[in-house]
Design a protein around this ligand. Structure first.
Ligand code: XMP
Length: 516
């Protein structure tokens, strides 16, 4: 992306590299992460204003450990090395790095040795708490560098070549446990690198729209699958702003949606934005193909293929389509470019796999530089209401993977009604916003109950209410018993066919969020 100011973060494999990028962006400076294997020429072409070298799990003296291209320092840019980044600078520029006998992990107390721009505005306290996680440490700084801070265990806890604006810290300023980490990063950006910090979501929208216009050209037509989720909605609205009616949104009603889903999101978009929207009623097609299928993977495959079939047919009906829009986010992009290789978890369900190649479409991904919280900010700037911005994620295969066992129109309807009650009760308290996801699951068992004088033999519903930050791990939400009681009473009283409600108290791992 062509922006006035950009910080490039070179990733040496730290678990918290993404946090550095987020902190820099929160400070109002656009930042990008690139793996440490990126050739120098490619990095130079990015025209960064400053560089940050991340931490990493290796030891600089280890065989095969990532090294520092001296050309990077010769670019003459302000540099901040963090942890492994510091050890690399020390090693490459002629300092001495010692391989530690044991790793130092946790809090340490940093005493400032030299006043310098990196410490500006920090309190005068004798020491401040910083977070350490390192094996090696710098024994002697390279020529031209001075020690600017020490801890009880490490003499060279921070060093700087003030003349060349190269700074390095052994601790992690990007993590919340480092008391003044944010101030230190701000100082690097604004006092050392002298950036202005004008990156906002408003400026993102302008730049993104201009970039999409340039990429798609004067006549290009784009298709975009709208799911009702925030990512595809925001991607569509950005493209709509860029190319208007040349964006063709396709919403497939597969019969597996929650109560009100289609009316709420699609209704809102139709009422407030002049989108070119094709809604496809494909309930019968999907339910027909799913009839009698109980295996979860089989369900997902059938839904995936059928979606592609429907989407392709609709897209082909639009003449001259050249591009397919997708709501890919930055974490997915970094995951696939990390020098450690793509993570084992591949969310193939997030895109219409295979479609771009099969239809010979080029991809446009307006959100590929954003984190989820930034997408929410863009959504707000674009005028989307909270109920769309804070909507819980909903899986592509929809209720099919929450109706355990066979999927029939009747069982879907029972689940839809029970789930609507869960949604209403969560919204009525502040739990909806506090939770990652909350929903009902219909189990493939019946149980005995009593209603008046009659014995009943009816369906069982499970409540799945979870807290999570990224869906990689999750725990069951400790929702107050009164709310659970209301959900249970209402489901049993109002949903015909359910006489028992149970609560799922499993964490992920080892369970997953969805049941199938
Ligand atoms: P699990 O069940 O793996 O889910 O813990 C993690 C997150 O991913 C969502 N999910 C899906 N999303 N298509 C999607 O778009 C899918 O096939 C799918 N399966 C799970 C799930 O709702 C949770 O947020």
């Amino acid at each position: 992306m062509q922006l006035a100011e950009k910080v490039v973060i070179i990733d040496y494999g730290s678990q918290v590299t993404q946090l550095i990028a987020r902190r820099v962006r929160e400070a109002g400076v656009y930042s990008e992460i690139h793996p440490c294997t990126t050739p120098l020429e490619q990095l130079r072409a990015l025209k960064p204003n400053a560089l940050i070298l991340s931490g990493g799990p290796c030891s600089v003296s280890e065989d095969g450990a990532p090294q520092l291209d001296p050309g990077l320092v010769e670019l003459g840019l302000p540099i901040l090395g963090i942890c492994y980044g510091m050890q690399l600078l020390a090693k490459e520029l002629g300092g001495q790095v010692e391989r530690a006998k044991e790793r130092e992990y946790g809090r340490a107390h940093l005493a400032i040795a030299t006043a310098c721009p990196l410490w500006e505005g920090l309190p005068e306290a004798p020491t401040q708490t910083v977070w350490m996680s390192h094996g090696d440490h710098v024994l002697a700084p390279p020529p031209g560098f001075e020690v600017i801070a020490s801890t009880e265990k490490v003499h060279v806890a921070a060093m700087a070549d003030l003349g060349r604006s190269i700074y390095a810290v052994q601790f992690h300023p990007e993590v919340a446990h480092t008391e003044h980490g944010e101030q230190i990063l701000h100082n690097f950006l604004f006092k050392v690198a002298k950036l202005k910090g004008k990156w906002t979501m408003g400026s993102f929208i302008e730049t993104c729209v201009a970039e999409m216009q340039a990429k798609i050209g004067e006549t290009g037509q784009v298709v975009c699958g709208l799911s009702g989720g925030i990512d595809s909605t925001v991607a569509a609205l950005l493209l709509h702003r860029a190319i208007g009616k040349r964006l063709h949104c396709i919403f497939v009603d597969n019969g597996l949606l929650r109560a009100g889903e289609r009316e709420e999101v699609i209704g809102f978009l139709t009422a407030h934005f002049d989108l070119n929207l094709h809604t496809v009623d494909a309930q019968d097609l999907f339910l027909g193909k799913l009839a009698g299928v109980t295996d979860p993977e089989q369900k997902r495959k059938i839904i995936g293929y059928t979606f592609i079939e429907v989407f392709e047919r609709e897209a082909k009906a639009i003449s001259n389509v050249e591009f397919l829009a997708q709501g890919t986010l930055y974490p997915d992009v970094i995951e696939s470019v990390s020098f450690r290789g793509p993570s084992a978890v591949i969310k193939s369900h997030h895109n219409v796999g295979g479609l771009p190649d099969r239809m010979q479409l080029k991809l446009v991904e307006p959100l590929r530089e954003l984190f989820k919280d930034e997408v929410r900010k863009v959504a707000a700037q674009l005028g989307l209401p909270d109920f769309i911005i804070w909507r819980h994620p909903f899986p592509g295969p929809g209720l099919a993977i929450r109706v355990i066992g066979e999927i029939t129109a009747e069982r879907l309807e029972i689940l839809r009604q029970a789930d609507a009650i869960v949604q209403q009760e969560l919204h009525a308290s502040d739990w909806y916003r506090k939770m990652w996801q909350g929903f009902a699951v219909l189990l493939p068992v019946k149980s005995v109950g009593v209603m008046g004088d009659d014995r009943t033999y009816e369906h069982v519903c499970a409540l799945r209410l979870v807290e999570s930050v990224d869906a990689m791990t999750a725990d069951w939400a400790r929702v107050p018993p009164e709310i659970l009681a209301r959900m249970s009473n209402r489901i049993i009283n109002e949903v015909k066919g359910v006489n028992r409600v149970v609560l799922d108290i499993s964490s992920k791992p080892p369970a997953t969020i969805e049941w199938e």
